[in-house]
Design a protein around this ligand. Sequence first.
Ligand code: SF4
Length: 251
Amino acid sequence: MARKQVAAQREETAGTARIGASGAEAKRGALTPPEREEAFRRLSAHMPGRTKGAKGPKDQPDPFRSVVSCLLSAQSRDVNTAAAVDALFALARTPDEMLALTEAEIARAIKPCGLYNMKARSIVRLCRELIERHDRVVPRDRAGLMSLPGIGRKCADIVMSFAFDEDVIAVDTHVFRVCNRTGITNERSADRTAEALERDVPDWARRDGHFWLIQFGKSVCLSRRPRCETCFLNDLCRAFSATGGVAPASP
Ligand code: SF4
C-alpha cells in the first residue's frame, strides 16, 4: 500500500479513535438495551431519516459511482469530493472508460478532493479488479466490496446502504462520535462500533439509523461544541453524566 494511503488511513483512524478514547469515555459503559431503544425512538422523532422522500431501489445511485465516490472521499470535504466525482464521471462512467484514461488524466480530474495522485492509482487498481475479477459488476455484499482495492468497512457499508438500499448503519466520523459519546456503543474503533451497531440496534431502527445519527451529529452532538444543555438525549447520555452535566471535551 502506498505510504500516503497508509498515512491517510492512520489519520482517519486516529481522528475517530481520539474521540472514543477521550477522558473517561471508555469506562462509561454502554446504554442498556431499553435505554438504547429509547435513544433511537427519540432520534427517530427528532431527526430526518431516509424514509422521508426516499427513493426506490431503482433510483439508487450507480454502485460504481458510489464506490468511486467513497474512495475519493478520504480526507476530503463533501463539497470537494462531489466536485471531483462530477469531473471524473464527465470523462468516464464505467471501469472500461476509466481505464482508457491515463492516470494523469484521472488525477487532474479528481484534483479538488486532494491526495489525487494516490487516489488516481487506487481508481486504476479498482477498475482493473472489477473488470478482471468481478465481470464489471460491483459486489453487493460486504466481503466482496471489502475485497476491492482501497475499500474498507466504512465504504463497503456506505455502498451497501446507498447503492443497494440495504439496512446498514455505516460508521463515519459523525456516527462514531455520537454513538460513543451517548453510550449507544462503547467502542474505540469505527469497525468495532459498526459491529456493535449491527449486533445491538433494534431492527426497526436499522433502516434510518445512519441518517438519524448523522443529522444528530451535525446539528446537536457537534464535534467541538455539542449542544448538551438542550440535547434531547442528555438524560441518557453517558458522556454528559460522566462530566457532571458539562459538555464533554472536544476530541
Ligand atoms: S448530551 Fe451532549 S454529548 Fe451527549 S449526545 Fe447530547 S450533545 Fe452529545
